[in-house]
Design a protein around this ligand. Structure first.
Ligand SMILES: Nc1ncnc2c1ncn2[C@@H]1O[C@H](COP(=O)(O)OP(=O)(O)OP(=O)(O)O)[C@@H](O)[C@H]1O
Ligand SMILES: [Mg+2]
Length: 341
């Protein structure tokens, strides 16, 4: 693969650029802007660190929400900055395969293509997350045998049954990693009268969250701000408390998967029961997630060895192996072709 061929995953929490079997860039999809002018001040890691900590003069923005572009101008400014970080001042216009959730509108396809082209991409093509995952996992999905792919990210859970080189049934479900963080934040406010920021709630989640009961209770100490006095305060929180918070949204995800299976042809469902479920995305790393799904569906669950990068790896691979896209209507579409009259 030439370094001028890249996969881009413009995710709700992270942007990843992948080429030549390596990650060229991985940064938070966050921009800090001047509150008055909406002019970008920080991108990426620095912007992420201001999340929940900005003074009034600055605002922290996530230009990608639920897997799609929510702020076109800031998404473009952010990706332009990231492409410059990858390619410097070299006159490189890489060919790009960019990923997006399943079942989104033509307008959202168009916005993504527009942003990637404006940021310096050439011959931009988009690929739906589950197809990218199928390619990254080397699944032979061009035959009639069915597979189930679940990509659990920060802003979306993408669920798709794939067969004959395409998507049989799918859903892009808004309960995902961010939902767990928000529920932890609400719980701490209600139970302890302490306000915590989004970085703290995500830290608590990564340390303690488990969707199966842990045999031994674990406790951590975290810091926040007393909701009444406004003063800093430490508190202890246990894995059992977090289990009670996270189990409900985790079961909602199981239910959404069940609904996709209900709409899928019985023979494909039978294949899935034999083949198992393929799990990717950062939220797949939550303790007990694969066990919960195995128990719920009574089939094997495979978590990719590098689940956070499955989508971007598959996108980059698909760009250089269009034959893998088999029956799909694959073509490079320029921005002009996609422009909606
Ligand atoms: N060990 C972990 N335990 C629980 N959650 C985790 C863990 N590691 C990462 N996550 C969560 O995974 C999510 C990020 O996953 P990922 O990078 O796949 O999302 P994304 O691609 O940016 O978002 P999306 O696909 O929804 O647009 C975040 O919510 C993060 O908190
Ligand atoms: Mg993702």
């Amino acid at each position: 693969m030439k370094t001028t061929d890249i996969g881009i995953d413009l995710g709700s929490s992270k942007t990843v650029i992948f080429s030549d079997s390596k990650i060229l860039l991985e940064l938070p999809s966050v921009v800090t802007v001047d509150t008055d002018t909406w002019h970008p001040v920080y991108f990426g890691e620095k912007a992420y660190q201001t999340y929940g900590r900005t003074p009034e003069s600055l605002t922290c923005v996530h230009p990608i929400q639920n897997g799609v572009i929510a702020d076109l101008d800031l998404a473009e400014a952010m990706l332009t900055n990231y492409m410059k970080a990858c390619f410097g001042k070299k006159i490189v216009r890489p060919r790009v395969m960019a990923s997006l959730p399943t079942g989104v509108t033509e307008l959202q396809h168009h916005s993504l293509t527009q942003v990637v082209e404006a940021a310096g991409g050439r011959n931009v093509t988009v690929i739906e997350n589950p197809i990218a995952v199928a390619i990254a996992l080397n699944l032979d999905f061009n035959n009639p045998k069915g597979n189930l792919i679940v990509d659990m990210g920060a802003g979306t859970t993408n669920i798709a049954t794939v067969s004959m080189g395409g998507i049989a049934q799918c859903d892009s479900f808004k309960i995902a990693g961010n939902t767990f963080d928000e529920l932890i934040e609400k719980y701490v406010k209600k139970e302890y009268n302490i306000e915590i920021g989004p970085l703290t709630s995500e830290h608590i989640k990564k340390q303690l969250a488990s969707v199966v009961k842990r045999p031994i209770e674990v406790t951590i100490t975290a810091k926040g701000k007393n909701a009444v006095t406004g003063l800093p305060e430490s508190f202890e929180i246990t894995s059992n408390e977090i289990y009670d918070i996270v189990i409900e949204p985790a079961l909602s995800i199981c239910n959404a998967i069940r609904k996709v299976l209900e709409k899928t042809d019985p023979d494909i469902v039978a294949d899935i029961m034999n083949n198992g479920i393929y799990l990717t995305g950062g939220t797949a790393l939550m303790n007990g997630m694969s066990e919960l799904l195995e128990e719920y569906f009574g089939t094997k669950v495979f978590v990719d060895s590098d689940p956070i990068h499955s989508v971007v790896k598959g996108a980059a691979r698909a760009l250089n192996h269009p034959e893998l896209l088999g029956n799909m209507d694959f073509q490079h579409r320029s921005i002009k072709e996609l422009t909606i009259e």
